[in-house]
Design a protein around this ligand. Structure first.
Ligand code: NDP
Length: 279
């Protein structure tokens, strides 16, 4: 039976370390302040925003909320970002996704001051990630790397297969794993014979966005399986992209949903916020 990788426990350790770091920083009069912008009132987004604000309070980071109407124009949002970019008190800016369809996400990512871009979506930070320079790392991939490292799962020379090539998970994760000297393959909807490719993985990371698609047919015996997916099953319970019950019997370690990758995303957002003081 696979070892369960406990994302809640690891995220909590990281947040405790950050709280200690913030206590030291405050004693040196250094303040960290995250501006969180939400456009519209999508209930799921409101939950995420509240969780982020709670995490800030726990760690000792100040947070400021900016709530724009669902109909707010792209120009309105851009002018708020322009103000926050130069506001000295604000050290990090986060725009909660998804944005309403009339706002172009890319324009928003590009408008945020790269030195306050705690989500790591600005093209400059994406470039820094691929060239191995210091910059903000996207939170979910950074969280996956921490889960592996803190579970003492070595990446050096390992075959890693990532299923999913999105800009927020699959692609940036590939850059991070390459830096750790893994051999990385990225699969997507046009990949031929996906089970055969996935079965070559020592570490299989699934960000496919399809409920419980990955069964033991895709997993080599003894592989480590990281499930990024979040879905609701027919009983409204949370589940992932991986068929947990089936894969648990063949993997050596596996992340559950909930309690795996999810908690790490907020922990790494907090780490990005505090990292501003480390430059
Ligand atoms: P996207 O929908 O942006 O990307 C899904 C990827 O999977 C695409 O590259 C797509 O291929 C590929 N894909 C879809 N169907 C198949 C298939 N049948 N076979 C092979 N590849 C396929 O998803 P995200 O990366 O944004 O998110 C993935 C999952 O992770 C979702 O469940 C999401 O909710 C969750 N998530 C969780 C987070 C967390 O904090 N835990 C954070 C972010 C996401 P193609 O490119 O060819 O279309």
């Amino acid at each position: 039976m696979a070892q369960r990788i406990d994302g809640r426990k690891i995220a909590s350790q990281i947040k405790n370390e950050l709280a200690e770091e913030m206590t030291r920083l405050k004693a040196e009069n250094f303040r960290v302040c995250l501006a969180v912008i939400q456009v519209g009132e999508d209930p799921a987004s409101s939950v995420y925003v509240n969780n982020k604000k709670k995490a800030c309070a726990l760690i000792g980071i100040e947070s400021l909320s900016f709530e724009l109407r669902q109909e707010a124009s792209e120009r309105e949002l851009l002018s708020l970002i322009t103000f926050l970019n130069t506001e000295p008190k604000v050290t990090g800016i986060l725009v909660q996704l998804p944005l309403p369809a009339h706002i172009n996400e890319r324009n928003i990512f590009e408008a945020i001051n790269p030195d306050k871009d705690v989500d790591g979506f600005h093209p400059l930070n994406i470039g820094r990630l691929w060239t191995g320079e210091k910059g903000f790392l996207p939170c979910t991939p950074a969280g996956i790397l921490q889960l592996l490292k803190r579970s003492r799962i070595s990446l050096d020379g390992k075959n890693c297969v990532i299923i999913g090539r999105s800009n927020i998970v699959g692609k940036p994760l590939a850059a991070l794993l390459l830096q750790e000297n893994a051999t990385v393959s990225i699969a997507h909807s046009r990949t031929k014979n996906l089970p055969a490719l996935a079965k070559q993985a020592d570490i299989l990371i699934v960000a496919v966005g399809q409920k419980e698609m990955i069964t033991s047919e895709y997993v080599k015996k003894g592989a480590v399986v990281i499930d990024v997916g979040i879905h609701r099953d027919e009983n409204n319970k949370l589940c992932g992209d991986v068929d947990f019950a089936d894969v648990e019997s063949i993997a050596s370690a596996i992340t559950p949903v909930p309690g795996g990758v999810g908690p790490m995303t907020i922990a790494m957002l907090m780490d990005n916020c505090v990292s501003i003081s480390r430059n």
